[in-house]
Design a protein around this ligand. Structure first.
Ligand code: ATP
Length: 496
């Protein structure tokens, strides 16, 4: 029967499978690796491209969305206007004993339930002696119902965060009361434009793709003659100097985003926000992600970013817990207003019907391509027993699978390799296929199961009699006989 491996080692297994099969390698591995950076191998780059392509099709093969590819380096004033220079910071603490560094708001991820509960109970006792602190705690209780959310909110709180920290031992070395006070750390990578390394030439690697869209809002609108509501979509690299990188591809320093900014009339923001929420969660489901492992997580009012009126995360249940894979935000008119102010150029939209000018509101859908990659990989990973043997299989949606079909001659004689090569040549212009004649056919099936290949085509003795082959489907392992001249149509139909 099909069963998932235990959650505590599935990431380890995936990292190892990803390396062995050529999905993902550690960056600069021969030099010991570079923390928070990964390289996509032959199968990985196919999977990643397929995810991006499916996103691109869904988001831009629409009348009301245009595409864009803005440069990674942008004018430094962009990041002042956006608030990133001042606010794109994470609170950071160090352990004085072992020098390990942690992001305060996510420290809870490194602690087990029991330790967190104990530290929290001690905090509740300590604040009883101080009315101000008690009020701060009470306010957090009012806003957050879940323990995890309360824990995180207290850690980030100016008044009582340090009290909770003083009850937590360092997750790395176990020392009590060893943290420095929290300080802010800006996550943007800095570099210099041109040959002179001086303050005036500082520029940033973009920490999100969104700003390239905002500053091009009127360029795109003018060129495409779009009217509100309409969107601009972009896929591209983003860089964040994360304090802690972990969980494989979940939190990295270089990653790809798939973002769409939808420009709307101010009084229609809520309607579009709700619509995009549904469309986006359905996109993950339509590509086979287990619906029970997807959920919305609304940002409570006190945790909203400075620009947002409403925000929700689409979360996936990873083996290490629920984690955001996409954010949908009502950014109001904040971004365009800021860029108008900082650039001195009008970014108002002229509504011909109403004969008025105004700054549109923006509904943003912001997904991580690399995080989605990881979620699709985790979700598709199965270990199951088949006739007394274990098989590992990636049940990737056929649209996402790196290789669509593998072609095997049953044995390397009797004209079978020639026929198989002919089939390969016929399919290759349309589909990414793979030819394999090494080892027993059962072993070849298993290798393709691990690659997530949905179909295996085998040329056997019957082929020379009636021009048919067997097509074996990855998940059910059932085989069908298909005429060679119907094969391409059959596969294209299945891959729709
Ligand atoms: P987190 O709270 O996990 O740091 P965030 O709220 O800062 O994420 P956003 O700024 O909303 O994330 O970014 C949009 C999307 O970009 C996220 O949903 C995620 O898929 C992706 N993303 C953000 N940071 C990273 C990262 N360090 N590594 C990989 N993907 C990321």
């Amino acid at each position: 029967m099909s069963n998932k491996p235990k959650s505590d080692n599935v990431i380890e297994k995936l990292v190892s499978l990803a390396k062995r099969k050529g999905f993902v390698f550690q960056s600069s591995e021969i030099y010991g690796g570079l923390n928070g950076c990964w390289d996509y191998g032959p199968l990985g780059v196919e999977l990643l491209n397929n995810i991006k392509q499916e996103w691109w099709k869904t988001m831009t093969y629409r009348e009301d969305v245009e595409g864009l590819d803005a440069s990674i380096l942008m004018h430094p004033r962009v990041w002042e206007a956006s608030g990133h220079v001042a606010n794109f910071t994470d609170p950071m603490i160090d352990c004085k004993q072992c020098k390990a560094r942690f992001r305060v708001d996510t420290l809870g991820e490194a602690l087990n339930e029991k330790k967190k509960k104990k530290a929290f109970e001690a905090l509740v006792e300590t604040v009883k002696a101080d009315a101000d602190k008690q009020k701060a705690l009470y306010e957090i209780f009012e806003i957050h119902a879940e323990f995890e959310d309360r824990f995180e909110a207290v850690l980030e709180n100016d008044k009582i965060g340090v009290d909770l920290l003083s009850n937590i031992n360092c997750p790395n070395c176990g020392t009590a009361n060893s943290f420095t006070s929290p300080r802010k750390f800006n996550l943007m990578f800095k570099t210099f434009l041109g040959p002179v390394e001086q303050e005036g030439n500082v520029i940033y690697l973009r920490p999100e793709t969104a700003q390239g869209i905002f500053v091009n809002f009127l360029n795109v609108q003018g060129a495409s003659r779009q009217k509100l509501p309409f969107g601009i979509a972009q896929v591209g690299k983003a860089f964040r100097n994360e304090i802690n990188t972990k969980n494989f591809l979940f939190r990295t320093r270089e990653f790809e985003q798939m973002e769409m900014q939808y420009f709307v009339k101010p009084d229609e923001d809520q309607k579009h926000y709700e619509e995009w929420k549904e469309r986006r969660i359905n996109w993950f489901k339509s590509l086979g992600m287990t619906p029970e492992k997807l959920r919305f997580h609304d940002h409570p009012q006190d945790k909203l970013a400075h620009y947002a009126k409403a925000a929700v995360d689409i979360e996936y249940e990873f083996p290490f817990g629920w984690g955001e894979i996409e954010g949908i935000h009502n950014r109001t008119n904040f971004d365009l207003t800021q860029h108008e102010e900082f650039s001195g150029k009008s970014l108002k939209y002229y509504d011909e019907e109403a004969k008025e000018k105004f700054i549109p509101y923006i509904i943003e859908t912001s997904a991580g391509a690399s995080r989605s990659f990881m979620a699709f990989l985790v979700d598709s990973y199965y270990e199951e027993e088949v006739k007394g043997e274990m098989r590992t299989v990636l049940r990737l949606h056929p649209k996402l699978a790196p290789i669509k079909a593998a072609i095997f001659p049953l044995v390397n004689r009797d004209g079978m390799p020639e026929t198989a090569r002919k089939i390969e040549a016929e399919l290759r212009p349309y589909l990414r296929v793979f030819y394999d004649d090494k080892g027993a056919v059962g072993r070849r099936y298993r290798r393709q199961d691990e690659n997530g290949t949905p179909f295996c085509i085998t040329v056997d003795t019957q082929t020379s009699e009636d021009n048919t082959v067997t097509v074996r489907e990855r998940d059910s392992m059932e085989q069908e006989r298909i005429a060679i001249d119907k094969l391409l149509l059959y596969l294209l139909e299945k891959l729709k």
